[in-house]
Design a binder for this molecule. Sequence first.
Ligand SMILES: [Mg+2]
Length: 232
Amino acid sequence: MTSRVLFADIDNTVTFYRPGSLSPERLLHGNFLFPILQQHLHYAGYSMQESSSLIQEEITRNVFWSYSSLIESLNLPSEKVFAEFRQWHRDNILVHQDAVAFIHQAMAKCIPVYFISNNPVDGCSMKLACAGLCTEAGTPLPGIAGIFGTDVMKGCKDRADCWRQAISTANLSPQQIVTFGDNVQEDGEIPLAFGVFHSIIIPRAPLPAIDLSPQITIFQEPIDSLFSWFFS
Ligand SMILES: [Mg+2]
């Protein structure tokens, strides 16, 4: 029997944003935490416009940035900034308990769980902390074998290259992997085309009217039946 692992998505699978939290006036360069960086640069003596430009320059220079790399490059006080980042998450990140229950059941069955997400790893950890899957300090629960974010994959998971990078970093073969997420393309068809074993899709919105691959199962209660894919 092949030992299988779970590769779970985060956004819209485990967590989601409080309605209104991503409204355009609350974002900077499309990001919900950059206004906090901008404010801290302003405290350090830059105008709000200069602060915005400094952040823009930094994310252009370092495309695969993490929050900690930005804080360091911008010479900001890490502890204070992260405390505000975490507060933003507590205020604005909501949790899908059905997905959390599924992940806990996987861990209880000793199935290694990885997360793969279009956030930098430290952004993933802050979201997972809201779901009780990481500590406040960002340490994953035992049973979570790894977190693949944009800074380690060097891109987003809509590209097969990123799946290749994540899977080889984890020293796994694609056939060991069952994916779990809300997006038929990114969490299903793309990793399946790359050779993963099976995908479990948890629809958070009506699914596109297309024929799904036979290797895609739609998440359903009772959760227990979903584990057949891991032990076949
Ligand atoms: Mg998602």
